[in-house]
Design a protein around this ligand. Structure first.
Ligand code: ATP
Ligand code: MG
Length: 368
């Protein structure tokens, strides 16, 4: 097997329900990605982004990596790790610096802002006092201000006395991240960096217009629902809610008194996010436990439970979106991603409750 070269990108996504490894080749001319190999295995030992059973996690990562390697014919020796979980938080901060006069020139001149100034101001913006157990995962500039001018995207080369940066910081629990990195390291895979999965998938699904004019990307995973609000080209708010699609499965299991696996199958086959859009006449059989009596449930009854939970989730999402100061300016409304977005009739339900446009997001610029 050959070793990956600089054009190949390798990503490992560690989710609650599945662990995914993708080997892609970047075509810089077309700006597109060609998928060379993927490995997708059911996740084990992960709960809401954190390791609960280390050996099982290692086995699952290993299986996903081997599958992708085999398909691509490329040995995985390094990777970007995409992580999620309710230990991830987002905050808005800012920093400001005075622009130093260049002493090399004796001609009177307005001070020009350099890349170095930008790095300095970003350093300051991220120097917020974080609790000891937290680390910065991403620092995402929203806008720069020079003296009294605002909404500047790239200040390099402009002149002024004072430079301010407004940024969105995404932080993570240091130990949770370290444990995941260690698992991958132990397989002789070098971790090139960490990315917040919701951010990576948002960037892959949105176009520039949506990021500019305002959109909220909602990734409904198994364990968590991740929200990223974009406006004016930057991230304005991000949050992770500890309720995901597996909560629905859990409800079904409890209400119908069946096992989680059966509940999952029933959800995939018969559940609708809007009970009114499912039939009271269509019934399905519940799995019969040894010697138990046969029972039937209608799609409508099942969907009532599902709808109640989805409305609750929609309220939690709405509360988070309202926390961003641009909630009434989301021209493009909501983009739903993640496995939970595939739930039947979720789009009409969300549209109705949010009173905003809602679409399902799919990654762009991928082939193969
Ligand atoms: N067609 C479908 N209808 C309803 N739910 C679905 C459908 N397909 C997948 N799901 C649900 O989506 C969830 C898995 O989503 P996803 O693969 O995005 O999770 P994950 O990335 O592993 O989890 P997390 O992001 O929370 O770590 C499961 O709970 C599954 O039941
Ligand atoms: Mg996920």
């Amino acid at each position: 097997m050959k070793i990956s070269d600089k054009n190949t990108q390798i990503g490992i996504d560690i989710g609650t329900s599945k662990i995914c490894c993708a080997i892609t080749e970047i075509n810089s001319d077309e700006g597109s990605n060609k998928i060379l190999g993927v490995g997708n295995v059911p996740s084990q030992g992960i709960k809401k982004g954190s390791i609960v059973h280390r050996d099982r996690v290692m086995d699952a990562i290993e299986a996903a990596v081997r599958e992708a390697e085999l398909m691509a014919g490329i040995k995985v020796n390094r990777a970007m790790l995409s992580i999620s979980g309710d230990h991830i938080r987002g905050i808005n901060t800012q920093g400001a610096i005075a622009i130093q006069k260049s002493s090399a020139r004796n001609v009177p001149m307005e001070q020009e802002i350099t890349q170095n100034d930008v790095s300095r101001v970003l350093e300051l913006a991220k120097a917020v006092s974080l609790p000891v157990d937290r680390e910065i995962l991403h620092i995402l500039p929203q806008e720069y201000l020079i003296d009294t001018m605002d909404s500047i995207k790239d200040p390099v080369g402009m002149s002024g006395r004072r430079l301010e940066a407004k940024v969105h910081l995404i932080t993570m629990a240091a130990t949770t991240a370290k444990n995941l990195v260690n698992c991958v390291h132990e397989m002789a895979i070098d971790v090139e960096g960490l990315v917040f999965q919701a951010l990576a998938s948002a960037i892959a699904t949105l176009d520039t217009d949506e990021k500019e004019l305002g959109v909220a990307v909602v990734d409904i995973g198994a364990g968590t629902t991740d929200i990223t609000v974009f406006y004016d080209g930057g991230v304005r708010h991000s949050a992770v809610i500890g309720v995901g699609a597996s909560t629905v499965t859990n409800d079904i299991a409890v209400m119908l008194q069946i096992g989680m696996e059966d509940a999952e199958q029933i959800k995939l086959k018969y559940a609708s996010a809007k009970a009114s859009m499912s039939s009271t006449e269509l019934e399905f059989d519940l799995p019969v436990k040894n010697g138990g009596i046969a029972r039937k449930v209608s799609e409508h009854e099942l969907s009532r439970y599902v709808e109640a939970r989805m409305i609750e989730l929609i309220q939690l999402i709405g509360r988070e979106i309202a926390r961003s100061d641009v909630s009434d300016q989301l021209t493009y409304g909501l983009v739903l991603t993640g496995g939970g977005a595939m739930l039947r009739n979720l789009v009409p339900l969300a549209q109705e409750k949010f009173n905003m446009p809602v679409r399902i997001g799919r990654p762009k610029n991928f082939s193969g």
